[in-house]
Ligand binder design. Structure first.
Ligand code: CP
Length: 316
């Protein structure tokens, strides 16, 4: 039976946090995203979003999220307007976030926003009639990244649950791993959190995993984890979120994935990373069959096409 027979309505919905979705809804979005892959590659075309305008508001730097959202919009026949440098906007003259959002709402049908303040996306949604898609709010949520991560695991491993998945690196400040730990627990994946002692997964995230029936293992040592893992999800130590440079210098370079470390890894191990990477994955790993991070980044396009289409009420 085609999943399209079980229609779900997301029209007008804001995408703020993965916690706003049930597992059924996530499954639906992921199935829809699978249908979008050929459209994302430009091998098929349907102007589902023809005539629609996306406001792309990036108050923080981005390569993948902004470009893949804009690509997704274009691939479905829509257009995007916006900015990647807030210093070139009237925020510089003291305009409030609420007023900037009111303007984007007046000029467009959909709003995607990245902002350094946790909670900014939820606030923006209060001032906009158009659906707001959170492209990352400080150390808070990055739901579309979480969905593309789930999509990558699902398409590579044919299932999300029952995989041994290690989240590695900056688990304290990394917003992607907070959303992902929660979502993977919904699927009962076997989780290991690997981080320096000062960058451990926040207790509230661990507690949420436990409430969802998953008891994550926590360690600072990566060596033993690599041998058993089905997925290594590596993250960057986020310099921009550290209150002082000394604390950052103490932990930067804590983990480096290289071919030597991968010698005893499972043949089908996949390595993911939300990117950008700095030093945590040696470029020599790129040539191995384990390296999935560039394909993962591409997956942002079909997943974001699915989301833009669903919240617009468009249909394939
Ligand atoms: N993964 C991710 O959010 O990448 P960008 O910061 O480049 O958007």
């Amino acid at each position: 039976m085609s999943f399209f027979l079980i229609q779900m309505n997301f029209e007008g919905k804001d995408i703020i946090s993965i916690k706003d979705f049930s597992k059924k809804e996530i499954n639906y979005i992921l199935e829809y995203a699978k249908e979008m892959v050929l459209y994302a590659k430009g091998e098929k075309y349907k102007g589902i979003l023809k005539g629609k305008v996306l406001s792309s508001l990036f108050f923080e730097p981005s390569t993948r999220t902004r470009l893949s959202f804009e690509s997704a919009m274009n691939r479905l026949g829509g257009r995007s307007i916006g900015f990647a440098d807030p210093s070139a906007t009237s925020q510089k003259k003291g305009e409030s976030l609420a007023d900037t959002i009111r303007m984007a709402d007046a000029y467009s049908d959909l709003i995607v926003m990245r902002h350094p303040q946790e909670g900014a996306a939820r606030l923006a949604a209060e001032f906009a009639d158009a659906p707001v898609l959170n492209a990352g709010d400080g150390a808070g949520h990055h739901p579309t990244q979480c969905l593309l991560d789930l999509f990558t695991i699902l398409t590579e491993k044919k299932r999300i649950g029952k995989n041994k998945i290690a989240l590695i690196g900056d688990l304290k400040y990394g917003r992607t791993v907070h959303s992902l730990a929660y979502a993977l627990s919904m699927y009962k994946a076997e989780l290991t959190f690997v981080s320096p002692a000062t960058l451990k997964m926040p207790k509230e995230v661990v507690d949420e995993c436990i409430e969802l029936g998953v008891e994550p293992t926590q360690t600072s040592s990566i060596d033993k984890v690599v041998k058993d893992a089905d997925v290594l999800y590596v993250t960057r130590i986020q310099r921009e979120r550290f209150p002082d440079a000394e604390e950052y210098n103490r932990v930067v370079g804590s983990y480096k994935i290289n071919n030597e470390l991968l010698q005893n890894a499972k043949e089908k191990l996949i390595i993911m990373h939300p990117l950008p990477r700095v030093t945590e994955i040696d470029p020599e790993v790129d040539a191995t069959p384990h390296a999935l991070y560039f394909k993962q980044a591409f997956n942002g396009v079909p997943v974001r096409m699915a989301l833009l289409s669903l919240v617009s009420g468009g249909k394939l």
